[in-house]
Each structure stands twice: as C-alpha cells, then as structure tokens.
Design a protein around this ligand. Sequence first.
Ligand SMILES: Nc1ncnc2c1ncn2[C@@H]1O[C@H](COP(=O)(O)OP(=O)(O)OP(=O)(O)O)[C@@H](O)[C@H]1O
Ligand SMILES: [Mg+2]
Length: 210
Amino acid sequence: MTTINGFINAINDELNKNKEYLTELDGLIGDADHGINMARGFNAVVTKITDEDTDIGATLKKVGMTLISTVGGAAGPLYGTAFMKAGGASVGMTRLDSETVEKMISLALTGIKDRGKAMKGEKTMIDAIEPALEAVRVGIENGNSLIECLEMAIVAAEEGVEFTKSIRATKGRASYLGDRSIGHQDPGATSSLIILKAVTAHYKTKVLEV
Ligand SMILES: Nc1ncnc2c1ncn2[C@@H]1O[C@H](COP(=O)(O)OP(=O)(O)OP(=O)(O)O)[C@@H](O)[C@H]1O
Ligand SMILES: [Mg+2]
C-alpha cells in the first residue's frame, strides 16, 4: 500500500544520495550547505513519521514544521512552508489524485513565493516548481493519469533546472555573486526536481504492485 510515510522515506533516500551533489552545486554559488541542510531536515523528519501517520495533510504539516525547526538558512523555512501548505490541501486524505496534487503544488508554490518574496526567473527553486505545476495543469486538462501528470512535471522541472544555468541569481546568497552566478545550476531548483522524481518513482512502483 502507498503510505505517506513511504513517500517521505523515498524523498529522504534520494536527498541523502544526492547530499554531496547538492552541496557541490551550492559551493559554486552559495555556502556549500544545501545538501547538508536537506539531508539533515529529512533525516529528522523520518524519525517523526511512521506508517501510523495515514492522514496525508496532517503528516505533511508535521514534515513542514520539522523542516522549519531543524533546517536553518533559506531552504528550511521555504521547504517547511511548502510542505505545510501542501498539507493544507490534503487534510483527511489517504490517497492522492491529480486535482489534489495540483492544489498541493499550487499552495506550496504560493507559500514559497510569499515567504521568499521571489518569482520565476530569479534562479531559485521556483524555477523548477512553477513549470512543474503548469505541466500538471496541462496534464489534467488533457485527461492524463496522475503518473502521466507527474512525468510531465518532471520534464518541465528538468527544463526549469536547466534554465537556472542561464540566468543571474537575484534572491538568496547566490545573488551576492551577481553576473558570476550565470552558468551555474541552482541547488534549490535541483532539490525540488529530486523530490519530484522521488515521489513519482515511489508512486510508480507502488501502483504497479497493486
Ligand atoms: N527568496 C527565495 N525564494 C525561493 N528560493 C530561495 C530564496 N532564497 C534562496 N532560495 C533557494 O534556496 C537555495 C539555497 O538553500 P540553502 O539550503 O543553501 O540555504 P542558504 O541560502 O545557504 O541559507 P543560509 O544562507 O542562511 O545558509 C537556493 O538554491 C534557492 O533555490
Ligand atoms: Mg547554502
């Protein structure tokens, strides 16, 4: 069965696998801690969640609060807000559908934008998440399945991550570099893509098992 705990563990595994990679990316335009921050946050999260946590919304709110309390810097509060907002769109639910996923990503994105005062094109996680949301919306309009919507979101987020290489950072630590941030991939956009891929891969294996 697909439990929210399974998804959280899948995210934790992938972030830990990519800890050095994310930290290297942050080393080029930031302070070389993004992988460490994300791994620390999710390592704390998995100690607090079990298969008993069946309410997706309540669990994601717990995830968000844990990220805020264990991860400092920019990404902790931003991802913390994102998970709490996504939880707000899925309270009382034990299964997901495309419409709920759209609402979760939409509220998460708005939360990140409000908290970080950033928009698309500033070389942040928003450059991966906003295209992913748009892709899910297109998928829903086309009547695609949730897996198809998520796969479309991955393609869009990958393009968004690629796009971050071509632009200058105007938010966060990387903005201190000005034009010298151009040519480098944003670590936060990359971790958002990793999370999306982890969720999709986990969902696919679980659905195939049923
Ligand atoms: N205002 C913002 N809005 C959205 N995303 C942001 C913002 N500022 C930074 N980010 C994202 O956060 C990522 C950096 O996260 P990281 O975990 O390295 O925190 P940090 O900036 O090093 O925090 P600190 O500077 O306090 O250590 C960036 O790659 C970017 O995607
Ligand atoms: Mg950093």
